[in-house]
Ligand binder design. Structure first.
Ligand SMILES: N[C@@H](CCC(=O)N[C@@H](CS)C(=O)NCC(=O)O)C(=O)O
Length: 219
């Protein structure tokens, strides 16, 4: 492989962290390029993502949008697309695991709405739009907490890790990092994240705020 692999994202973004953890698990070095202003509507501030979202993977001139696509591309680049040790979402055949994965992606998207809308945008949390989003997120977390043992048992084995586990870990950790719903009533999810947190890939990608760019010196 000759082209450097770059990821446009943020150290505090749960979608970005999924890609970084999967890259680490695959043994693929990835350079993080930070998006500094989430309120920007300039496509160039998102390294060309037309939907103004992050992360985006860059390999040479190729751009890959969408975290699930990025995980697949990383596995291709690492020559591990058919390696069962890192289980990609499309390699799952169990309906139970597929449902669990859908609820995690949906809850990750809701977390973005609540953080951007309520925490950053200061819109009222009690507005019916956010109230329903919160209700749905709590419903998904409750389902995941109730079914987690069965879901993990239905994942392909043996494996090192799966995209399902990485996304669930990043979701729960992000809710702890940027609180939107209480996590105390989800004991199985909390136990799961404590176990996952011992992995080197989790420890190398801890959520944090990226430092602001240094202003350019006047010439
Ligand atoms: N479907 C996208 C969603 C990515 C996403 O929502 N990322 C968040 C950051 S964690 C984002 O771009 N937030 C900025 C915004 O929504 O304005 C993916 O899978 O990558």
């Amino acid at each position: 492989m000759t082209d450097a692999v770059r990821l446009t994202g943020r150290s505090g973004s749960h979608f970005t962290r999924v890609a970084r953890i999967v890259a680490h698990e695959l043994g693929l070095p990835v350079e993080l390029h930070v998006v500094h202003d989430l309120m920007s509507v300039q496509v160039e501030d998102y390294a060309g993502h037309p939907g103004l979202k992050l992360p985006t993977l860059h390999v040479g001139d190729v751009q890959v949008f969408g975290t699930d696509n990025i995980c697949r591309k990383l596995a291709d680049l690492a020559g591990r697309a058919d390696d069962p040790r890192v289980v990609l979402s499309h390699q799952v055949t169990s309906d139970l695991v597929r449902n669990a994965q859908e609820l995690v992606w949906q809850a990750m998207a809701t977390q973005v709405q609540l953080v951007i809308g309520v925490r950053v945008g200061k819109l009222p949390a009690e507005h019916p739009f956010f109230a329903k989003a919160t209700h749905g997120m709590v419903g998904s977390l409750t389902w995941l907490d109730d079914n987690l043992d069965r879901v993990c048992a239905a994942l392909p084995a043996p494996r090192d890790v799966s995209v399902f586990e990485v996304t669930l870990y990043c979701l729960i950790e992000h809710v702890a990092f940027r609180p939107t719903v209480p996590l105390d009533r989800f004991p199985s999810l909390r136990d799961f994240t404590s176990r996952f947190a011992t992995r080197a890939s989790a420890q190398r990608t801890v959520f944090c705020a990226d430092p602001n760019p240094t202003p350019k010196e006047p010439r």
